[in-house]
Design a binder for this molecule. Structure first.
Ligand SMILES: CC(C)(COP(=O)(O)OP(=O)(O)OC[C@H]1O[C@@H](n2cnc3c(N)ncnc32)[C@H](O)[C@@H]1OP(=O)(O)O)[C@@H](O)C(=O)NCCC(=O)NCCS
Length: 196
């Protein structure tokens, strides 16, 4: 992680922002940014079902900071199983989201930098594919396409044309079919379900 972020930091050394690992002190700023960028209904999304009560994939919660260190962008990725292949073997993958950038920094490359840093870090960590639900015209520039996710379904309502995937390892999603299921570690504070 450190090596990838060091190279990303060096790349943005003269920029108005940097990409960094999220830390515990960023949580309030990140949530405020997400409320502003995505509105109050953001927690009703099907993707949220996969994230709820879980921690992001190791090393894959990133923020963008302005020169004063304030959080101006966020992206996180989550461990999932992307259905199974023809012989029923489960396929590990990542679900990306939410991605958001402070409106006063939009159009300055912050979102792209977060996406590229996340994709590089995920590949470095040996992940095979990333899925997301989002605007295809934005995500296609990073190599995300609906065709790769055509036989996969989210656990709840979703628009097929917005359900996109990127293979970090060629052929990783070959034959992938079925439901996206969260596999990430539970938050320590997540409510425990008790048997009746
Ligand atoms: C989408 C978002 C993350 C983009 O961040 P950003 O830092 O402004 O993006 P970048 O500067 O890297 O890229 C800007 C480019 O993306 C395009 N773009 C931005 N949002 C887009 C969208 N929803 N669909 C298509 N293109 C989009 C811009 O037109 C611009 O195009 P250009 O390079 O041809 O001029 C940001 O606008 C945001 O937080 N939006 C609100 C939350 C959201 O919609 N999140 C994504 C869920 S789909």
């Amino acid at each position: 992680m450190a090596a990838v972020l060091d190279s990303v930091r060096a790349f943005f050394a003269h920029s108005i922002f940097t990409i960094d690992a999220e830390n515990a002190g960023d949580v309030v700023a990140r949530e405020t940014l997400l409320d502003r960028a995505m509105g109050p209904n953001r927690r009703r999304k099907s993707s949220e079902k996969i994230r709820r009560g879980r921690v992001p994939a190791e090393g894959l919660a990133l923020v963008a900071r302005d020169r004063d260190g304030h959080v101006i962008g966020t992206v996180r990725l989550w461990n999932v199983e992307a259905g199974g292949n023809a012989d029923g073997t489960a396929i590990d993958a990542l679900l990306l989201g939410p991605l958001a950038v402070d409106s006063s920094f939009e159009g300055k490359g912050v979102g792209s930098a977060l996406m590229r840093a996340a994709m590089l870090e995920a590949k470095t960590r040996g992940h095979g594919a990333i899925l997301l639900v989002g605007d295809a015209p934005y995500y296609e520039r990073f190599g995300f396409f609906a065709a790769k996710a055509q036989h996969l379904v989210m656990p709840g309502p979703f628009e097929r044309s917005r359900f996109l995937a990127l293979e970090l390892v060629e052929g990783w999603l070959e034959g992938a079919a079925g439901m996206i299921v969260p596999t990430g570690r539970m938050l320590a504070s997540a409510p425990v379900r008790r048997a009746a």
